[in-house]
Design a protein around this ligand. Structure first.
Ligand code: FES
Length: 111
């Protein structure tokens, strides 16, 4: 595996406008790379895990591959009408480097 393979990974994020193929750069949150790549996602609190608006959903398989959410993150997500247990996460709480290459994520519908 080359250096580029370790530091840069491509994932797919779906928003209401379509699919974005983005590079999950190490050292950044998923929210940051989504914002840098034009993904339509709300982030009212700016990434401090207090608003719950950066809600994304992963496949159950990818969800299980990354570090689990804290109780605080789950509590925020459970307040959403679009919460899916075992799939919903806050993009600001996911390290991009954790995402499996080829992971497919979707931005949850607005509340
Ligand atoms: S941006 Fe507010 S919780 Fe993620």
């Amino acid at each position: 595996m080359g250096q580029a393979d370790i530091q840069e990974r491509q994932v797919i994020v779906r928003d209401e406008y379509g699919e974005h193929l983005i590079v999950a750069t190490a050292g950044q949150s998923l929210l940051k790379i989504m914002q840098h790549n034009g993904v339509e996602v709300a982030a009212v609190c700016g990434g401090s895990m207090s608003c719950g608006t950066c809600h994304v959903r992963l496949s159950p398989e990818d969800y299980a591959r990354i570090a689990p959410p804290t109780k605080g993150e789950i509590a925020l997500l459970e307040g959403s009408d679009h919460y899916l247990e075992g799939r919903s996460r806050l993009a600001c709480q996911i390290s991009a480097a954790e995402l499996p290459p080829g992971a497919i994520l979707e931005v949850a519908p607005d509340e």
